[in-house]
Design a protein. Structure first.
Length: 278
């Protein structure tokens, strides 16, 4: 396997939407597109997480979803299908005809939509801590729902305090600390966040409805991962995703909540690598 070299970056465009991306090169590696969750900029997939995939033979692209990070802030009025076309625009800009795609939470919903609408562009799907949109599955706990629906302040200190308080509700309980949450939050905020635009992404999720009928026709190899301690999207959401998709494998991550702590990075990369290799 070739050693990783300096990353490349660029900005894809989908109409008026600008989508910054970063490619961690690994010449000859398998193309892997990472799709972020609600309100998360591309750096939410930390460099150490990316490095786990690069060391296993992948070349990795991360990008900012519309209304997150340094991407275009919109007036809303879009759905998950529009965010899926954003992801395709990134593939086009990077020059990849096909790729393995990985999405967590809302990103899992987006990669599911990619499987429905752009199957010819995908080599495999990994859906982490996500759901099909069927409201009977993956329901939040009352506390997690209340935390999610509480608007975030826009000033740095207020935003960081709110992040720590809300993440505590749904994070992996055995490994989460307020110090680690604040440290990652500082990195996210300093890169760029759009707390006032989160409502647009949330509305896109809710207005898109459930995808189960369409997902039953998706035959792309799919890996569904879900943490056993997820209070924001209950693991029943992951189980249901695997049930309705014809070519899906379901794996539970013991003790993991609705976050991405470093202790799980090698495990997740191993599951994806083994699945793709198999």
């Amino acid at each position: 396997m070739a050693e990783a070299v300096e990353p490349a970056s660029g900005t894809a465009r989908n109409g008026d939407i600008a989508l910054p991306w970063v490619l961690t090169r690994n010449p000859g590696g398998l193309p892997l597109l990472l799709v972020n969750g609600l309100s998360s900029p591309l750096v939410a997939y930390e460099q150490g997480f990316v490095a786990e995939f690069v060391s296993r033979g992948f070349e990795v692209v991360r990008f900012d979803n519309r209304d997150a990070g340094r991407a275009t802030a919109t007036q809303g009025g879009y759905k998950l299908i529009d965010m899926a076309t954003d992801a395709v625009a990134v593939l086009d800009d990077v020059g990849w005809k096909q790729a393995h795609v990985f999405g967590m939470s809302m990103g899992g919903m987006i990669v599911q939509q990619l499987g429905i609408s752009f199957a010819d562009r995908l080599l495999s799907i990994t859906s982490l801590m996500s759901t099909t949109g069927n409201p009977k599955f993956g329901r939040s706990s009352d506390q997690a729902r209340d935390a999610l629906m509480t608007p975030s302040p826009t000033d740095r200190e207020g935003w960081l305090e709110a992040r720590v308080a809300s993440e505590k509700v749904w994070a992996s309980p055995a490994v989460w600390t307020p110090e680690s949450s604040r440290s990652k939050g500082e990195m996210l905020f300093d890169y760029g966040v759009q707390p006032e635009s989160v409502v647009n992404q949330y509305t896109a999720i809710m207005s898109s409805g459930q995808r189960e009928d369409e997902l039953r026709n998706v035959t792309i190899p799919t890996l569904v991962l879900h943490g056993t301690e997820d209070t924001l999207i209950h693991l029943s959401g992951g189980k249901r995703t695997a049930e309705v998709m014809a070519n899906a494998t379901y794996v539970e991550l013991e003790g993991m909540g609705h976050d991405l702590p470093a202790v799980y990075w090698p495990m997740i990369a191993d599951h994806v690598t083994g699945f793709v290799s198999g």
